[in-house]
Every structure is written in structure tokens, then in C-alpha cells.
Design a protein around this ligand. Structure first.
Ligand code: IPE
Ligand code: IPE
Ligand code: MG
Length: 245
């Protein structure tokens, strides 16, 4: 397993609602069950030495959900951080976020900021949580910052031929993080749902039918093993043909 551990794994945690419905339970029960999976996957990431884990926890579009469900999701985030912060701190996890977190409810925002502050010296695993995240907004936020800088006199790193991918990446919420090598989506949906549109450009995609509350360490290992078997060509010819070149 040690060989070729992805430097960054991004997960669209999906299917909590359907998991609950199939059991005749309220959606809230699915979200609660999903929190346990988060704990398990963070633990597995630490054990495996995955350096960066990004979890899609709340999208910009998720505000459309009933008010009660949105509140519950925020409460669960509070609950998770309350319950786990000491352990995260001890285990060497650094909490980071992507997304417009200022729009979160005040109490939740405070918790999130405190967790980032308390773990800022950790470097074993970066737990990057996407909150009020939208990829198109992220790209526009970057462009607008660049435009602002250009108006004010210049964009650092920009040369005569314009922006490079590297310079542009520094304006994204993921500044400083490697692009995901592996994207996992649970619940079988075949879409990106406005997640990391720029950063996922060459990620390997793994989709499982399992709902997020049922996604266990074993399923995570399976996804990583499959990733390890993939031939990532990045536009080049396949490894076998390259050997005979
Ligand atoms: C994912 O599960 C959790 C969040 C979006 C926060 P869903 O709530 O989307 O579950 P389904 O897709 O309705 O089954
Ligand atoms: C994506 O899941 C967002 C999160 C996992 C937080 P959704 O369930 O909101 O996505 P859609 O609506 O199926 O595209
Ligand atoms: Mg969903």
C-alpha cells in the first residue's frame, strides 16, 4: 500500500439522505451516520500517510435545502469539531477550509476558525474542509483579485505573456496544496457538482455506489488500490509503449 499514496485525495461525500430513506429514517439520521465515516476516513488517511484530504462538506448550492437540514449540517460540523479537536490536534492534523466561510452561521464560523488556529502547526495530514464551496465562485474570486491587483499597478509573477497556471493557482482557495490525484464520490452519482473544477483537471476519478455512511476503511483502501493500478498518461503514450520507445 505504501507505494504511490496519492498526495491529495478529494471526496464528494454523498448519499446520506438516501441511506436514511432506505432505512425509513429521517435525513438527519443519515447525516449523523455520515459523521462517523468522516472520523474513520480521517483516521485511515493518517494511517496511510495521505498528506492532504479534502472533504466536500457543504456546497454553495446546499443552501437550497430546507432550513432545518442546513441548520443540522452546521450543528454536526460544530459537534464534530468539538468532539474531535483534541484528537485532531494530538494526531498532527491541520484543519483548513476552502469556500466562503464568512457566510457560515457565527457560532460555526467561530468553531471552524478556532480549529484552524489550534492545529496550525500540525503537518501530518491537512484536513481541508469545503464549506460554502463553489468552484465557479472560487475561480471568479481568483480572477477578481487578479483584476484588482492589475488595476492597482501589477500582478506579482505575471510576465509579458500573461498569467501562468502556477501564478493563477496561487489565487485559488487551495493555494499551496497539490492538485488532487484522486477524486472519490460515493452514492454512484456521475457528476462534479461544482467541486474543484480547476484542480481536478487530471485527477483519477473513482465512483462507488456505496452511500457515504456505509463507506468504510476497506472501501477507501479499495479506491486507493484501484488508483495505484491506473496508468496516468497525462497526454503521453502508455507505459508499455514508452518502455519500447
Ligand atoms: C451528502 O449527502 C451530504 C451533504 C451534501 C452535506 P446528501 O444529503 O446529498 O444525500 P442524498 O444525495 O440526498 O442521498
Ligand atoms: C455535493 O453533493 C455536495 C456535497 C457533498 C457537500 P450534493 O448531493 O449536494 O450534489 P447534487 O445535488 O447531487 O449535485
Ligand atoms: Mg446528495
Amino acid at each position: 500500500m505504501e507505494n504511490k499514496i496519492p498526495r491529495h485525495i478529494a471526496i464528494i461525500m454523498d448519499g446520506n439522505g438516501r441511506w436514511a430513506r432506505e432505512r425509513g429514517l429521517p435525513r438527519a439520521a443519515g447525516h449523523r451516520a455520515g459523521v462517523k465515516t468522516v472520523r474513520e476516513i480521517v483516521k485511515a488517511s493518517l494511517d496511510l500517510g495521505v498528506p492532504v484530504l479534502t472533504l466536500y462538506a457543504f456546497s454553495q448550492e446546499n443552501w437550497k435545502r430546507p432550513k432545518e437540514e442546513v441548520s443540522l449540517l452546521m450543528e454536526l460540523l460544530d459537534y464534530f469539531l468539538n468532539k474531535e479537536i483534541d484528537r485532531l490536534k494530538k494526531e498532527g492534523v491541520r484543519v483548513r477550509t476552502i469556500g466562503r466561510i464568512e457566510a457560515l452561521p457565527e457560532r460555526t464560523l467561530k468553531k471552524v476558525k478556532a480549529a484552524m488556529e489550534a492545529t496550525r502547526h500540525n503537518d501530518k495530514l491537512i484536513l481541508n474542509v469545503a464549506l460554502n464551496y463553489g468552484a465557479r465562485t472560487e475561480i471568479l474570486d481568483a480572477v477578481n483579485q487578479i483584476v484588482e491587483k492589475a488595476r492597482a499597478g501589477g500582478v506579482p509573477g505575471m510576465n509579458g505573456s500573461g498569467l501562468t497556471e502556477e501564478v493563477f493557482s496561487n489565487y485559488l482557495y487551495t493555494k499551496g496544496l497539490p492538485d488532487p490525484d484522486l477524486l472519490i464520490r460515493t452514492s454512484g452519482e456521475m457528476r462534479l457538482s461544482n467541486f474543484l473544477l480547476w484542480q481536478l483537471s487530471y485527477a483519477e476519478i473513482y465512483i462507488t455506489k456505496k452511500y457515504w455512511p456505509d463507506f468504510a476503511r476497506e472501501d477507501y483502501l479499495k479506491a486507493i488500490r484501484e488508483y495505484q493500478r491506473r496508468d496516468r498518461r497525462f497526454g503521453d503514450i502508455c507505459a508499455e509503449d514508452a518502455a519500447g520507445r
